[in-house]
Structures are given as structure tokens and as C-alpha cells.
Design a binder for this molecule. Structure first.
Ligand code: NIG
Ligand code: FE
Length: 419
């Protein structure tokens, strides 16, 4: 029955993809290629062997099986670099409370918020969590996502964090998609530790993280550094544990207030600082120095009816790479369209279209440490690319709320064909 059959039975993408165009700045070729230049992508053994204009196609590729790109526009496979995809239940009731005037912080302090998803996640079995997350993942993949980050953080106890991370790994295998797991044990204080924050952080840094890392379940470590979550000192304690284990860190930073979390994360060489609505100039310069990616999450901004826009112009001026992600989660961003996020990054945050497209490809890959394998169409990389039935690249951010029927090559297989 299931969606992942689609991957198991998907045909090989090997051969010469011709009659396509290449989206600017998202491919690497030795030859000049404009947005309207007829181009080819050659796939061999599941990898990109060559990319460039049709006229420059080496003769040795002439005899390969041919795939007609039908004039479509090719981008790299999309990268959704910040999600909380695995959780139990949903929180539509809280949405109604916020509409009636309660703030996100008030809902959290009243025992709703993250903690209510923790209850539902703890109650669910591993198989139930898989069954709930699978259709969500299928929707993201159907829009061309080829790599996705999935965080824990709704278990907040060793066995339940393990359960979430195991589901994340299983999803990657079942769907044939690159999944990077992030341990977010320090997402919220579980109710049983009320008033004992330090004890919980000791558990996260001293027991949970080392145990889950030893099981191969952790690719990176994240913390929610905020007034309603964890302090700078607590964040640093978790980062130190990550550093001892050789794991990269990232941070939910400056979402609701400026804690100068980004500067701390930069000192630990963070892959990314995420949300960053209240990011300061100090934080920007620290991120620039560390090479951290700024991950913009317009879905959470929108759902919380936030008005504090991240400091886009200053990030741009400092040359900090900006990624754009869904932040899919049941509380603040129950969104399953990365293209919608690209559109909202333009409209709400004033990214340019090329910035938004780099945000959901190249820079998203970098935020996950995947810059050598994802986010760019280039020879030598695994074949992940999407062919879009659009006239120009700007259409990818211009249309919103629709799902362009695209052709998707993921992990060297044709997993979807445009109608
Ligand atoms: O990225 N900011 C903290 N974490 C999530 C929200 C989690 C929730 O409300 O369940 C976020 O927005
Ligand atoms: Fe998040």
C-alpha cells in the first residue's frame, strides 16, 4: 500500500536528462549556462556525472538512455533543515486559544505548548509515531525535498527521545531520503522536573545525550535557549557535552527575546542559529566569524503573528548565509510546504527570490553539514534534483498554496513524474 513503495520500485534515473533549463546559481558547470539555455544533466550509477549546456555535452554521453526534461527548470533537491516532524497528536486547540488572545508564552506557562505534545508523544508507541509522521514526510517529499532534519524534543526522557530519533532514522530508510537527526532534549522542562531545571540539564548532558549518541541516533545537538526554556549557562552545558562527543551544535536562538544565544552558539562553531527574530549585531558578527547559517522560519513567525522581522539586511550585509525551513511542528508551524516558506520568506522577510531559493537548497544543506552532497547540482554528487514546469525560477516563490506537479530524482531514482 504504502507511500514508500514508491521509492522501492522507482526506476533508475541513470542516463542523459536533456531538454531542461538550469535555475541560476544552483548548479556548478565549467560552461556558461543562462536560465534559458537548453541544458543536460547526466546521471551515472545514481550520481551526477555531468551538467551543463546541451552544446557542450561530451560526445561520450551521446549513447546513454535519454530522459526528456520537457523544457522544465531544474533545481537541486530541496533541503528542509529544521523540522520537528515526529510527534504525537496535534494542537489545534491551542491555535484557537492564541486567536482568542493568549500569547505563545502564556499558553506554555499554562501547561500547554510543547509540554502538551510531550504528553501525546510519550503515550504513542514507536510504530504509532512512525504512522503519524509518514504522511507528513510524504507531503514534504512530494514537493521535492531530498534531505530533511528531524529533531527530538517531544520525549524529554531517555526512552521517549530514543523513540523519536529511531522513528526519524526509520523514516529515512523507508522513504529513501537523507535524514539528519538532531537531539533536542533541552527543548522544554518536563513537568516532572518542575523547579529542578539544573537536574534536568544534568540528565540531558550527562546521560541522555551520551547514551543516544552511542546508539548512533544523533547527528547534531540543539537547545531551545529562551526565557520559557533554557538559559545561556544551561545551553552551554549541553554544548559542552556535544563537543566532548564530537557532535556539531545548532540553536533555537533569539526567537522571543534577545538572549545573545547566537554568540554562544558561534563560540561552539554552530552549524546554524535558527529563528533569530531578535538577533543583535553582536550575534550577527559572531555568526559571520563562525560560518554559522542563519535559519529563517517564516512559518512560526506567521503562526505566532510575530511582528519582529529577523535582521535580514544586516545578515545580508555581513554575508551570513540564510537558509529557509518549515520548522514543521505541531505548535507554531504545522506547515508541510517548503515552497510556501520560500514565498513567505520573500513576502514577510523581504528575501530576494534567489536568496529564498538558495535558502531551501544550498544554504539549507550547509545548515545540516550536507554542503558536499546536497543543495547543488554538480558532478560527483548523488543525483538529487527536481524539474519544475515553470517558465522562470521566480515562479517557485511567486505561486503559493499550490503544488506544482514536478519530476523528482532522489537518491538516483525517479520518484515522481510531472503529469
Ligand atoms: O521551533 N521554539 C521552539 N520550538 C518549536 C516550537 C515547538 C512547539 O511549540 O511545539 C519551534 O518553533
Ligand atoms: Fe524549531
Amino acid at each position: 500500500m504504502s507511500v514508500h513503495h514508491a521509492f522501492d520500485n522507482a526506476p533508475s534515473a541513470d542516463g542523459c536528462w536533456h531538454n531542461l533549463r538550469l535555475a541560476p546559481d544552483l548548479f556548478a558547470s565549467d560552461h556558461g549556462v543562462g536560465e534559458d539555455t537548453p541544458a543536460c544533466i547526466v546521471v551515472r550509477d545514481g550520481r551526477i556525472d555531468w551538467v551543463g549546456p546541451r552544446q557542450a555535452l561530451p560526445a561520450l554521453h551521446a549513447g546513454l538512455p535519454r530522459h526528456d526534461g520537457r523544457g522544465m527548470l531544474a533545481t537541486p533537491g530541496l533541503v528542509d533543515c529544521h523540522t520537528h516532524l515526529v510527534y504525537g497528536g496535534q494542537r489545534a486547540g491551542e491555535f484557537a486559544m492564541r486567536l482568542a488572545g493568549a500569547s505563545y508564552e502564556e499558553v506554555a506557562r499554562a501547561g500547554g505548548g510543547i509540554v502538551s505534545s510531550v504528553r501525546a508523544t510519550r503515550e504513542a508507541s514507536e510504530d504509532e509515531l512512525f504512522a503519524q509522521a509518514a504522511p507528513r514526510l510524504a507531503q514534504l517529499l512530494d514537493e521535492g525535498v531530498c534531505a530533511i532534519e528531524i529533531k527530538s524534543g517531544y520525549g524529554l526522557a531517555l526512552e521517549h527521545e530514543r523513540k523519536q530519533l529511531r522513528v526519524a532514522r526509520r523514516l529515512g530508510q523507508a522513504f529513501g531520503v537523507t535524514v539528519r537527526t538532531t537531539f533536542l532534549g533541552a527543548h522544554a522542562l518536563p513537568p516532572e522536573y518542575a523547579g529542578r531545571s539544573q537536574e534536568y540539564v544534568d540528565l540531558v548532558a550527562g546521560t541522555m545525550l551520551p547514551a543516544l549518541a552511542a546508539e548512533g541516533l544523533v547527528d547534531a545537538v540543539d537547545v531551545f535557549c529562551e526565557r520559557i526554556a533554557f538559559s545561556l549557562a544551561e545551553t552551554e552545558q549541553v554544548f559542552q557535552a556535544a563537543q566532548r562527543l564530537g557532535l556539531p551544535v545548532k540553536l533555537h536562538a533569539e526567537q522571543l527575546s534577545n538572549m545573545e544565544g547566537a554568540a554562544l552558539a558561534a563560540r561552539y562553531g554552530a552549524l546554524s542559529c535558527d529563528h533569530i527574530e531578535h538577533l543583535s549585531e553582536t550575534g550577527i558578527q559572531a555568526m559571520r566569524g563562525a560560518g554559522s547559517v542563519a535559519v529563517l522560519l517564516p512559518g512560526a513567525f506567521y503562526a505566532l503573528r510575530d511582528t519582529q522581522v529577523p535582521p535580514i539586511a544586516a545578515l545580508r550585509a555581513a554575508g551570513v548565509p540564510m537558509a529557509v525551513s518549515t520548522d514543521h511542528n505541531p505548535g507554531t508551524s504545522p506547515c508541510l510546504s517548503l515552497l510556501l516558506m520560500a514565498s513567505m520568506a520573500c513576502t514577510l522577510f523581504r528575501l530576494t527570490v534567489p536568496e529564498a531559493l538558495a535558502g531551501i537548497t544550498r544554504h539549507g544543506a550547509r545548515a545540516l553539514g550536507l554542503q558536499d552532497t546536497h543543495g547543488l547540482i554538480a558532478a560527483g554528487r548523488p543525483a538529487h534534483f527536481v524539474l519544475w514546469p515553470v517558465g522562470q525560477a521566480a515562479e517557485l516563490a511567486y505561486w503559493f498554496g499550490s503544488r506544482p506537479g514536478c519530476t523528482i530524482v532522489r537518491q538516483g531514482r525517479v520518484v515522481r513524474r510531472a503529469p
